[in-house]
Design a protein around this ligand. Structure first.
Ligand SMILES: Nc1nc2c(ncn2[C@@H]2O[C@H](COP(=O)(O)OP(=O)(O)OP(=O)(O)O)[C@@H](O)[C@H]2O)c(=O)[nH]1
Length: 302
């Protein structure tokens, strides 16, 4: 038997749970009469390398050379700038103001040109010499079963970062983390049959050359570097005919984590728009509770 409840009006309910009437308010409500603490000028001892906001969720529009060619996704933004020792604080509201301006102007289009404009304008809005932005987002791409050709969506985690400094210019970097299958060469070598295999995560960080242009889809290039060097690719839809192909492909292409980072590095070395890179592979081992890891980094001569 449920008890009948006599609900008081909403205002009474709030009082019941502790809400009180507003007190006497003496501090100014006009912006120009409010103290502006963050703009205090004094010697605050240290210059701050980066101050701003992180973990900002915001929709963006991304362009891809793989299908779907255009997609709206939710990105995680980090936006910062330096402040010198003689400034107490930054103007936090200006970061999201800038983001909103871009949203209202046709949506935030994630192109490098747009990010260059954004960081320069952000520095100007903040009245600072520099600004930096990191945008992390899931990037989706169609993947076909190797035999059935049935399509589904895979995704990789992408990040693009741009920094602007007055008088110096822009630096831009990007990273992509994607999943692959790796089959253990040692296990294949020593066993009468089978070989253990696992899901490996390949993370590639790149620094763009100055002449990088937007027509090159860096995401697709990095994905190809990771997937084409793995034992097998990961697929969203696999029929039996496909499963046979990926199982045999993995067996024909065994890889240690060391093999993965070296082979992916070779592909990144060949990409003309990459000035420097690092590659990490982390295998979630199926015969251990721990992971196997390897990483390397390389800077090409200018
Ligand atoms: N600098 C700084 N501000 C913070 C922090 N946390 C919250 N804020 C708040 O961010 C709010 C808005 O900042 P501002 O952009 O300086 O606001 P404003 O001075 O009204 O804006 P402008 O007219 O653009 O100068 C302030 O009320 C701060 O209290 C922090 O850690 N540092």
């Amino acid at each position: 038997m449920t008890r009948k409840i006599n609900l008081p009006p909403k205002k009474e309910r709030h009082k019941l749970f502790g809400s009180v009437e507003p007190g006497v308010k003496l501090k100014p409500t006009e912006k120009d009469k409010m103290p502006d603490l963050q703009n205090t000028k004094k010697d605050f001892l240290f210059t701050i390398d980066a101050v701003g906001i992180s973990n900002v969720k915001h929709p963006i529009i991304i362009h891809s050379s793989l299908l779907p060619k255009q997609q709206t996704t939710i990105a995680n933004f980090k936006m910062t700038s330096k402040i010198s020792h003689d400034s107490k604080g930054t103007n936090m509201s200006r970061f999201t103001e800038q983001l909103e301006q871009y949203r209202q102007n046709g949506g935030f289009q994630l192109t490098l040109t747009n990010l260059y404009d954004f960081t320069k304008e952000l520095a100007e809005r903040l009245k600072q010499q520099d600004a930096s932005i990191d945008v992390s987002f899931p990037w989706f791409y169609e993947r076909k079963g190797p035999s059935s050709e049935l399509v589904g969506l895979n995704h990789a985690e992408a990040t693009i970062s741009v920094s602007y400094e007055q008088g110096i210019g822009f630096t831009s970097t990007a990273s992509l983390k994607c999943a692959v299958t790796t089959l253990c060469p040692c296990s294949k070598e020593i066993s009468e049959y089978s070989a253990h295999n696992q899901r490996g995560f390949v993370t590639m960080n790149i620094e763009f050359t100055n002449d990088y242009h937007e027509e090159i889809d860096w995401k697709a290039a990095l994905l190809e570097a990771a997937e084409t060097n793995a034992s097998a690719m990961i697929h969203p839809v696999l029929k039996r005919t496909d499963e046979k192909v990926v199982t045999e492909t993995a067996y024909e292409n065994p890889r240690f984590v060391e093999d993965m980072v070296r082979l992916v590095a070779a592909d990144l070395y060949e990409l003309d728009f990459v000035q420097a890179f690092s590659v990490e592979c982390r295998n979630e081992e199926s015969i251990h509770l721990h992971d196997a890891i390897a990483n390397l980094s390389y800077r090409k001569e200018v």
